[in-house]
Design a protein around this ligand. Sequence first.
Ligand SMILES: [Zn+2]
Length: 767
Amino acid sequence: MKLIKYIPLFIILIVTSIVSAQETDTEDGRDPGHINGNRFRQMYNEFSTPNMYRTASGAPGANYYQQQADYKMDIELDDKNAKITGFETITYTNNSPDELEYLWVQLDQNVREKDSKTSLMSSGTVGGADQPSGVVGKYFGGGFDGGFKIVSVKGEKGANLPYMINQTMMRVEMPKNLQPGEKFVFSIKWWYNVNNHVTDRARSGYEEFSDGNRSYVIAQFFPRMAVYNDVEGWQNSQFWGRDEFALPFGNYEVNITVPADHIMDGTGVLTNRKEVFTKTMMNRYNEAKKSYDKPVVIVTQAEAIAKENTFATTKKTWKFNATMVRDFGFASSRRFIWDMMSVKIGNKDVMAVSLYPKEGNPLWEEWSTIAVASTLKTYSRMTFDYPYHKAISVHAKNQGMEYPMICWNYGRPNEDGTYSERTKYGMMSVIIHEVGHNYFPMIVNSDERQWTWMDEGLNTFLQYVAEQDFGEWYPDAIAPNKSYPSRRGPASKIVNYMSGDQNFIAPIMSKGLTTYQFGNNAYGKPATGLNILRETVMGRELFDYAFKTYANRWMFKHPTPEDFFRSMEDASAVDLDWFWRAWFYTTDYVDIGVKEVKKYFVTSKMTSQIKEMMEARGMTESDLPPLVYFVEEGSDDFEESMRNVKVEDVPTLKEYMMDNLTADERASLKKPNFFYQITFEKPGGVPMPIIVKYEYADGSSETVMYPVEVWIKNDLKFAKVVASEKEIVKITVDPNQETADIDTSNNTWPKRKKLGEFNKFKEKVKG
Ligand SMILES: [Zn+2]
C-alpha cells in the first residue's frame, strides 16, 4: 500500500473542485428540486401493480382466471350466391369472480355494412383515377351489402334474448346476471354476403378467377365472444378493420357444408375424413403421415383442373373438432390442390399442410409445406412444442393473415410459371410469419386490439430467427452460399424509421389504432429490440431461457405487456427497466459516439498543471512522495520533454515505479506505454452498452463492450482511461451496427477530416 501516501492530495483536489461547483449552484439560496428523470429508474409509474391475478414475477397469479367460450356451429357456404349462413350455440363460462350483467359479442363483418362508420373515419384525397366499382363503393354508399344479418338471438330454451348492436359490438342481455362459476348457453342465427377480398383488400372473402370459380378464405365469419378479464373488463373496443382481435379460448364443433366438388380445410381435427375423402385421397393421406422429408400430394393439379367446369349442385359436410382454440377459420374451393407432410415436433407428428389454386404453382408445390415445417421446428425450439396436430398454409392473393392452425399467404409466380428470388423469399417469409402466429397470439393469447406489438413484434422477431434457421433444416431451400434475405430483425434495418420525423412516430406501447407507420411501429421496432436484447444486451443463453419462460407461462393464457417485461427480467436477473422504457415507452433513438480522445504518456517530471495546483496550495514538490505524472500529447509539457522521443523509446511506467512496487506488481505492469482518456458521448436518448473496437498500430484489434450501466450517473458522456501497450490508431463505436445507432458519423476516431493533423502529430512522436 505504498501509493496511499499521495492519494489524499488528489482526493482533496477533486473534492475542492466539486464543492466549489456546488456552491455556485446554490448561491442564490434556491433549490428548485427535481423529479427522478434517470433513464435507469424503476418502472413503478408505468407498470400496473402486481396482484393475485398477475404476479410481480410476470407469471399468472394464484387467482388468475380466464373466461371460456365453446361453440357448436352449422355453417353453409353458398358458392353460387357467395353467401354464408350459420347457426351457432355458444356456451359461455364465467370463471371470473365477477357477476356479469350482459355479454358482448363481436360482429366483425359489420365493418362491411352499407352504413359502416369505417369508411367515415378514413380520410382521403381524390386520386388521379379509380375503377368504376371503386368509385361506387367509396362514394355512393357502397355497392356491396355486407355485414351480419342477425336472424335471431335465443336462450337455451328458445326464448328471444334482448340485444343491441353498436357498430361491430353486440350486447346480449341474459334473463338474470351471470354469477361466478356459472355457464350461459345461447344461440345466434345469422348470414352475410361474402365479399371479394382482392378488390376489397379484406382479410376474409373470396378471389374470383376468370373461369367463374372462386377460392374462399373465410374468417371473422361468425359472431364471436369478446374477452372479459381482470385488465380491460370487457374488451369491446370497436373493430375498424386494421387492428386485430381479442378472443377467449374454447372448444369448437363445426360442421361446414360446401359444394360436393370443393376441397376444404379449417381449424381443428377433421372427424369425418372417410366421408369426404375419396379412397385415393385416403391412401395418399396415409402416405403423407409417413413422409418427413417431402410433401405428398393429396389432390393433384390435374384433378383440380378437371373440376373447373363441374360446379356441383350436391353438397358435402365437413366436420371439425378443435379444443383450446381462440378462433376458427376455413378455406374452400373446387380449384384447390392439396399437399401434406409430417414434421416431428418433440415426440409427436404434426401435419404441415398446403392448399393452393394452380395459380400458385410451381412455387407452392415446391416451398409452401416445407416452409410450414421449417417454421414449426424453429418456433417449437424457441418456445414450446407445437400443441396442435396440423398447420395449414393457404394460398390467397395478396393475403397474409393468421388463424388457429390455418393461415392465408401471398406469393404468386408469373403466368408462365417463372418467379424471382424476391417472390420466392417473400412467399416463404409470409408463410413463416403467419404460421408463426399460431404461437403468438393463437396460443400465447395476447390482446391484439390493445397491443399489436405483443403478437406482431414477438412473432416478427421469431420470424427472423426462423428465416436464419431455414437453411439448417432444409438446405436446398436457400440458394448456395447465400443467407436468407430477412427484411426485418437486424438492428441496421430499423435505423431509417427511428431517425425519422418524430411527428409521425409513436411509442411501441400505444394502442394499435393510434400508431403511425404500423409496420415499423408494431412489427419492426419491437422485433429489432428483442433481437438487440438477444444478441447484444443479454446474450442468447439468458435471453432464450427467459423468452421460453414467458411463452410457457402464458401458453393458452392471456398475457399483458407487463407479464412479458417482468418475465424477461425474472428469468434472467438482468434489470431491463431502462430498455423497456426507452425502446417501448418512448420514441427515443440510439446515438453513441466518440467525443474526444486524449493521449498521455508517463513521466517523472512534474507537469505544469500539477505544479500550478501545488503552488496554489503553498506546497512544493518535496512535500510529495515519488510520483509519476501524466503528460498529454500536444500539451506544452509534451512539447518540451517528449517531442524528440521516438515512439519505441517512450518511457514506461515500469521505469519509474520499480522501487515502489512489489515483484508481483512489477510483473503485471508489462509495458503500458500509452494512456488514452476516451470520452464517449450519447446524443441519443436510448442507453445502450458501448461496443468499441480498438485497432492498433501493429494491425491487431480488440473489441470491448462497456455495460449499459456506464450511463447510470451521466446520461450524456462517459470517459474511460485505457492503458495500452500498443498504440491505438482507430476507435470505432458499434463496429457491427448491432445497436441501431442512427448517426454513425460520430462513431469513429480519428474523425476523417482530422486525419491530416493526426498523421502530422504521429510523425512528430516518431521523430
Ligand atoms: Zn402478423
